[in-house]
Ligand binder design. Structure first.
Ligand code: C5P
Length: 247
């Protein structure tokens, strides 16, 4: 299918604590966004890379233009759009800017800057084989429990009370790029426009919106190198990966 990759890079990066959008944070002498774009381009699965940057951020726009120049006259077009106040808003902006005739789209977090090419290929291959939605996922190593905040007497003992334990063998930690038939993802994001604030805040990936439509979502193997750079510890790990076998 004719494919585009959306790279969402419009987050504030507050949790990383650099006081700048995460996409600009240095990693191995370059920015997180440059690493992410390199990875997408190297995978060579798309004719368009559509990047959502924080609204009005001229530096990140310039960085995308420099990257487009670096690609030269390659067959991949780089498009830059203003992101929105939520990740879903940023994805919607990018969806509106896809070239006519685009049939499949991979939505990728810039923060997953070191995602290996093979993960892009697994997702793109599943789409080519007929999946309408496919996500990369890895087994969960920790035991995962549900909790509620404690009140009254319980609150004097501890802040939270455990309400259950999810069966670990059935759980997966989900990454990006997430791949979709374009029409399906557009329908999913249109439906999400009707959400109230609490529902909107609960949207953490694109696949969950597609799940709500009742469309089957398939999973392929992700990679631990695809970690989402979120905290200072993640940045240390990413630097280590660049210096190590990946560097
Ligand atoms: O903050 P979160 O972990 O959800 O961010 C995941 C990705 O979504 C990041 O790459 C971030 O730049 C992007 N994002 C965005 N627009 C927002 C919020 C996050 O493009 N408003």
């Amino acid at each position: 299918p004719v494919t585009a990759v959306i790279v969402v890079a419009a987050g504030s990066g507050e949790r990383l604590g650099y006081g700048m959008p995460k996409a600009k944070v240095p990693l191995g002498g370059e920015t997180i966004l440059t690493h992410a774009l390199r990875g997408v381009a190297a995978a060579d699965v798309a004719r368009q890379i559509c990047v959502a940057v924080p609204k009005g951020d001229t530096q990140l726009r310039a960085l995308c233009a420099a990257f487009a120049a670096e690609l030269g006259d390659s067959s991949t077009q780089i498009t830059v759009v203003d992101g929105g106040s939520t990740r879903s808003d940023s994805v919607r902006s990018a969806l509106a800017a896809l070239l006519d005739g685009t049939e499949a789209v991979l939505v990728h977090d810039a923060a997953r800057a070191l995602t290996p090419e093979r993960v892009f290929h697994r997702v793109a291959d599943a789409l080519a084989a007929g999946a309408k939605a496919v996500i990369p996922a890895i087994p969960v190593v920790d035991t995962v429990k549900t909790v509620i905040e404690t009140h009254g007497d319980d609150a004097a003992v501890a802040p939270e009370l455990v309400t259950g334990t999810a069966p670990r063998e059935a759980l997966r930690a989900v990454q990006t790029p997430q791949g979709f038939e374009v029409a399906t993802l557009r329908r999913a994001h249109d439906a999400a426009l009707l959400f109230d604030d609490a529902q909107s805040a609960a949207v953490t990936d694109d696949a969950m919106l597609v799940e709500l439509l009742g469309v089957p979502v398939h999973a392929v193997r992700g990679a631990s190198q695809s970690l989402k750079i979120t905290t200072p510890l993640d940045l240390i790990i990413a630097e280590g990966l660049l210096e190590g076998p990946l560097g």
